[in-house]
Design a protein around this ligand. Structure first.
Ligand code: FAD
Length: 442
């Protein structure tokens, strides 16, 4: 007998419910990944993620070989490609992970139409806790983080699954080569489960609480792309960190719960990927090409914002604190629509993720789940707090590399203006009034 494990955002051997179920269902298993043009058409594909994905696929295939298996790659619409292969092999079952996006729901419906009850959809691949596993009385999801965190902490969690000891894949199956993809950013990390596990094992979790808000220390885990592609299981990381205990591990688990939180919002409200989660009226100024380009290029003249945007361009990743400041600057200093920023982030982020990106953007913009939607982040106050010595800015903005200390955050006050660095696109003297206006928009 043969079963198909249709892999999507679960490109790993460890703690993989889909692979586990397929191995239990039949003697032989086809780990299948479909290069689906509909993913590109839906706007999810981007060169940085395509390059990381290529690593993930190569790595997974290499890990399957010694177990007697291999990854089969096919190209085309996932549902029809899978149904065709299932017919060809007379597969007893097809296993796939439940997704949270509208795209994943559509794919699941199309798979069901082609496969009927041979399709088995497995919960628990994507998040530590299944979306909808905990809900407030009478509602289908939590709209506020803190009560979700409490419920999450008290809920029973799935047992972590071991990697399979053997995966026997039938011989003679045609497979596409792993597509080569040139990244847009030169400084991407290597993709794949083994790289992710190495990073996780070597990460000093006990220092997370102390370091995670310090921009210059760069002390967060940088596990987000591995979590996005499912090279690592959020369930496994949460279980391991909880076992370890201590302030660092606890603070880290809290961040994983934020990830679960946004996923359960998107699962319940798939349209919040595009529309305001909370409709607060049209509060944005029309897109201004010059201003938005300055923001995208990291040339706003506000050093912390620019440092973040340049880190994004170079590494396809940005520190969480810099993401908050850059997003707040676009939405609450320039008053531009969060979708403009979310689109740019999704183009470049190697961890670019519909649930985390769109809902974090909405949180910052005040259209999402923040219980204080009028909160504003002053980029200068944030710079003094998160980059007190200015080292993060000097690392990413070479025009300012010679400016010592925190003076780097206000180049307009220097005796000599740094050559090549732009003047602020918003008059710093008018900044407070602008932020007040953002706060008082209602
Ligand atoms: P760590 O601090 O080490 O945290 C560990 C893990 O917890 C992360 O890998 C991530 O999976 C999760 N996590 C941490 N913070 C958050 C958060 N605020 N929301 C959800 N999950 C979190 N994260 C993405 O994975 N993809 C995105 O597309 C994305 N877009 C964002 C856009 C904006 C405007 C903002 C403010 C945040 C966004 N985040 C996104 C959340 C967060 O910035 C990143 O997850 C984090 O910076 C990744 O770095 P890390 O792995 O070192 O995180």
């Amino acid at each position: 007998t043969v079963a198909i494990a249709l892999l999507t955002q679960d490109l790993r051997l460890h703690d993989n419910p889909v692979l586990h179920a397929a191995c239990a269902a039949a003697d032989e298993v086809v780990p299948l990944f479909v290069l689906d043009p509909d993913v590109d058409a839906a706007g999810f594909a981007a060169p940085n993620r395509a390059a990381f994905l290529a690593d993930c696929l190569t790595d997974l295939d290499a890990s399957l070989r010694p177990l007697g298996g291999r990854l089969v790659l096919r190209r085309g619409p996932a549902a029809s490609v899978t149904a065709r292969l299932a017919a060809e092999l007379d597969a007893v079952s097809v296993h796939v992970a439940a997704g949270v996006s509208g795209f994943a729901h559509r794919r699941e419906r199309a798979l069901r139409a082609g496969l009927g009850d041979r399709l088995h959809v497995h919960d628990g691949s994507l998040t530590a806790l299944v979306p909808g596993a905990v809900t407030p009385a009478g509602k289908d999801h939590y709209a506020v983080f803190t009560p979700y965190f409490r419920a999450w902490s008290q809920a029973p969690h799935r047992t972590v699954l071991r990697a399979p000891k053997a995966v026997r894949t039938p011989g003679g199956l045609a497979s596409e080569p792993v597509p080569t993809a040139a990244p847009e950013s030169p400084g991407l990390p290597p993709g794949g489960e083994r790289a992710g596990r190495r990073r996780w094992r070597s990460y000093p979790l006990e220092r997370y609480a102390e370091l995670h808000d310090d921009l210059a220390a760069d002390g967060t885990s940088r596990l987000s792309p591995y979590l996005h592609f499912g090279c690592l299981s959020a369930n496994e990381l949460a279980a391991a960190a909880t076992r370890r205990g201590g302030d660092g591990a606890e603070a880290f688990v809290r961040q994983l719960v934020w990830r679960d939180f946004h996923h359960q919002v998107l699962a319940a409200r798939p349209l919040s990927a595009r529309h305001d989660y909370r409709d607060r009226g049209d509060r944005w100024l029309p897109e201004d090409e010059e201003e938005c380009t300055a923001w995208r290029q990291g040339r706003t003249g506000f050093p912390l914002v620019d440092a973040g945007m340049r880190q994004l361009a170079r590494e396809g990743w940005m520190h969480n604190r810099a993401r908050l400041v850059a997003a707040s600057f676009l939405t609450k200093t320039l008053y531009r629509d969060w979708r403009i920023g979310a689109r740019h982030f999704l183009r470049l982020l190697v961890d670019g993720d519909l649930a985390n990106n769109q809902l974090n953007w909405q949180w910052v913009a005040g259209t999402g789940t923040d219980t204080r939607p009028n909160r504003v982040l002053n980029p200068l106050a944030q710079a003094d707090r998160l980059d007190p010595d200015g080292a993060y800015v000097r690392r990413w903005v070479p025009e300012l590399a010679h400016v010592a200390g925190r003076k780097v955050h206000r180049p307009w006050l220097l005796d000599e203006r740094p050559a090549g660095y732009p003047e602020p696109i918003v008059d710093p003297a008018a900044l407070s009034a602008r932020l007040r206006r953002a706060r008082d928009l209602d």
